[in-house]
Design a protein around this ligand. Sequence first.
Ligand code: RP5
Length: 163
Amino acid sequence: MLKPPVAIVMGSQSDWPTMRLAAETLENLEVEYEARIVSAHRTPERMVDFATHAKAEGIKVIIAGAGGAAHLPGMIAAMTTLPVFGVPVRSKALSGLDSLYSIVQMPGGIPVGTLAIGEPGAINAALLAAAVLALNDDDLADRLEAHRARQTESVPQFPSDIE
Ligand code: RP5
């Protein structure tokens, strides 16, 4: 049986509070996903199994979040030609700069689309995944446009003193 088109993978349960934002964003856009814990360091064989089978299983886009020595997105990208979006999870020691640097500076030839540190990155990874799928899905393209329009409408013209 084919998997949902988006896989959200993360290095640890502790990444889920961040990566949940990607899941919620996909849910709002009615995009099916599967979220899994796949650690480059603690479960390397699970990572290889996931990355090498993802395309055959019907996954179209991979969102990979990790913190600290965040090798997961790059290692997955090394084993698949599916688009991989990397989310640097904020770390306790270095506030996510370590995660960002670990993910962003890939050698030419193995791309990882790197997002912002933390929750904004998780949200935007989901929006990018949806945008990729929307290229071949007119209904999703409409939902994406509507999502953007709602966001625009939600911005007030003038600032308010009410918090
Ligand atoms: C990384 O180490 C994970 O992605 C996580 O962000 C970080 C810390 O993991 P835990 O020690 O909280 O499990 O592999």
